[in-house]
Design a protein around this ligand. Structure first.
Ligand SMILES: NC(=O)c1ccc[n+]([C@@H]2O[C@H](COP(=O)([O-])OP(=O)(O)OC[C@H]3O[C@@H](n4cnc5c(N)ncnc54)[C@H](OP(=O)(O)O)[C@@H]3O)[C@@H](O)[C@H]2O)c1
Length: 319
């Protein structure tokens, strides 16, 4: 494997994956709408950033042609006027698969989400992710060997889970009202997710497989938020909200700029994000705990990218 083309390679998971692949001597061609914002990625040897304001089949075929594999990490947590779940998680996947086949690429690694299910997903996010995953495998056919990854919430430097709660906790007064406090997660370390992609690239027997990816331990949302506050050394009382107030909170926050929490996010939380069978173990990866990783970046002043962004957004919201 000498070169891969990555869509969404500039994001949180993408940056960790690019570093991993670059260390293995694999060149990464990253298609991005904003190459100037991600110029830091060019320090990874063999990495190119290609400005791609518009994703269509012809553009993708051009960029995929001399790549051995395509990796799709593009995804959104919330819809906006400009992009819907269907456009990003379903139609875009169709375009990527079509272009990959036309360009002669033989592998596609596709990022889905744990419990993505076109029929039974509890939210529009999970249903659209499920449909995109199904289509990638079906339309790939025998020409394009597809492997999908279905992670629980992903944590690590630059994440939008612990960093987001850190920002919210710091801005909140003593009481922190929390929607869906009993929802369960098995947070998975971003380095382990990147390693799973890298191993799948090297192992042709992973073609056609769907890997659920989880960390080693299960926590409720309330436990994770209390852990974040404790790690930051701040005292907050987490106030668990019942379903009615959780929905109300989602409804209100979903109308704020930046949509910190929406009704669809609330519906995703109605499905516990835990694995029945952990694909990391099948790939011979020992999952990292949050306790071994999160304190390093939550308390480190240098790792402030997303934290600062959320703090700015929230400060603006609070007037
Ligand atoms: N983070 C998690 O906890 C988690 C959990 C389960 C599944 N996932 C899935 O993992 C994938 C990566 O997540 P992430 O946290 O790394 O996301 P992220 O940081 O938000 O990055 C997503 C990337 O997608 C690109 N993108 C977004 N909207 C786009 C659009 N309309 N057109 C073209 N490109 C677009 C962006 O690239 P540019 O702005 O540079 O163009 C961005 O780099 C997503 O599919 C997500 O659904 C994430």
């Amino acid at each position: 494997m000498t070169r891969v083309c990555i869509l969404g390679g500039s994001g949180f998971v993408g940056q960790h994956l690019v570093a991993n692949l670059s260390n293995r001597g694999i060149g990464c061609r990253i298609l991005t709408r904003h190459p100037q914002r991600h110029a830091n990625l060019k320090v990874c040897p063999g990495t190119e950033l290609i400005k791609t304001p518009q994703i269509d089949t012809a553009t993708l075929v051009r960029h995929f042609t001399d790549c051995d594999a395509v990796i799709n990490l593009i995804g959104i947590l919330n819809e906006s006027g400009r992009q819907t779940f269907r456009q990003i998680h379903v139609e875009l996947v169709d375009t990527i698969v079509e272009a990959a086949i036309k360009a002669g690429a033989t592998r596609l690694l596709h990022m889905s989400a744990l419990h993505a299910d076109a029929g039974k997903g509890s939210s529009n996010y999970l249903r659209s992710k499920g449909e995109g995953e199904n289509r990638a495998h079906t339309h790939g056919g025998s020409a394009l060997k597809v492997t999908s990854f279905r992670p629980s919430v992903i944590f690590g430097p630059g994440d939008s889970f612990f960093n987001r709660f850190a920002a919210l906790l710091k801005l909140s007064p003593l009481l922190f009202p929390l929607a869906s406090p009993r929802s369960r997660f098995a947070p998975v370390y971003v380095g382990d997710v990147a390693e799973a992609f890298a191993r799948a690239l090297e192992d042709p027997t992973t073609a056609g497989r769907h890997y659920d990816l989880c960390g080693p331990q299960i926590y409720t949302l309330a436990e994770l938020v209390r852990y974040t506050a404790k790690t930051l050394g701040i005292r907050r009382i987490v106030l668990p909200l019942g379903s009615g107030l959780s929905r109300l909170q989602a409804h209100l926050l979903g109308h704020l700029p930046g949509k910190p929490f929406t009704l669809d996010n609330y519906l995703s939380l109605q499905t516990d994000s835990v694995c029945e069978r952990n694909g990391l173990l099948a790939l011979d990866i020992q999952p990292q705990t949050i306790e071994s990783q999160a304190p390093c970046y939550l308390s480190r002043a240098g790792y402030r990218g997303r934290y600062d962004r959320y703090r700015r957004e929230l400060t603006m919201m609070n007037g």
